[in-house]
Design a protein around this ligand. Sequence first.
Ligand code: EPU
Length: 416
Amino acid sequence: MKFIINGNKKIEGSIKNSGSKNSAVAIIPAVVLADNDVTLRNVPNIQDVKTLITILREIGYQVVFSDNVLKIKKRKKIRHHIQSDEVSKLRGSYYFMGAFLGKAKKITIKNCGGCNLGYRPINYHLDGFKKLGAKIKQYPHKIKITAKKLSGCEILLGFPSVGATINIMLACVKADGFTTIKNCAKEPEIIDVGNFLIAMGAKITGLGSDMIVVEGVKRLKGCDYTITSDRVEAGTYLILGAISNGAGITVKGCCPIYLSALIKLLKTVGCSVRVGPNEIFIKKEEALKPFHVTTAPYPDFPTDLGQMISVLATQIKGVSSIKETIFSNRFSHIGELQKMGANITIKDDTIFIQGESELKPAQLMAYDLRGAASLVLAAVLAPGTTHIENIEVLLRGYEKPVEKLSSLGLDIKLEK
Ligand code: EPU
């Protein structure tokens, strides 16, 4: 599938922020922990969610998904042996490991997938499971995790990993006694998953700090839970507002506090930004200033928006730089931006962008989700027709991108 975009149009108006992908892909597998039915609201209608629904159905759940409401009903027999090829289509499928370990003390699952952002080991997840009492057998294409008993303990993460923090929370939520996760991730998605578990009856404190304490409970009930908004989607549309001509863009239904690092950057470079309780307005201004950003775990500048601000930098006179500290392969979009005329050099973990450049239309290839979003932003600026192939990677994580971008005035088509 590809996007065909005719750029250089006036872009303005407002869009509604969708539910968070990275919360949803953890909360959906976490439903396994519940003894009764679960209703999730504000679930983004994206490919990663559809893939997880397929897996849930394959292992024995009855699932209805309509108007962003996901109703998951338990059938009698749930299979903890997940053989589906769907598992390898996304990273979030690895949350079935923690959830099934916590619920049934056993799981066999194929290896998970996700964007190719470099080497993405899961050693912190597995070390945490082992400390809780699990035994792990790794095969070339699958992993088997079992435990006779899970006992609360202290787990110190070597890095505040989002995935490991969530997976260990899922695994220990029904363990005996207290589990303390130190140097854990503080991302809003951690808080969201924790709040979902609390809604089911879990006892968790410290969410959003670098130490989470979980007191194991005997059972978790079903619940009705609303997923938080997607800060990366909101950030994408704010960066669009920062680069495009028009009267400005308002992102409605977002959590501005989750976007503090981006808002600070956009104000510093010189954009007009107005923040309300649940919405943010942005407008491009003349003569923006170059910037230097280093990505880091929350609350610092998110790696997921690093690729997109590289497009902003192409529109700013002078040299800007972006240093990536989370993933080793976050610059796969740079070659594509260079095809459009961007002046960018890569040195180790940092890119240097010399602006300002007039981007020209080109035939592009998307390699990963956020890289694809960056190419869309670049195509918006190019006068003429840009084709972006392999746009499936973007559809994994953005809800209704064609409808939302068209409503803002962009000439965009999805060709299947
Ligand atoms: N790491 C390890 N060992 C581990 C776990 C992580 O060495 O056991 C390393 C990773 O290799 C990486 C760093 O720690 O270098 C951070 O990884 P983390 O576990 O925090 O990231 P993740 O859980 O794999 C999630 C999001 C990413 C987002 C990152 C960072 C999901 C499904 N994915 O990935 O989102 O970039 O946190 O915030 O939640 C995206 O949405 O496009 C995306 C890639």
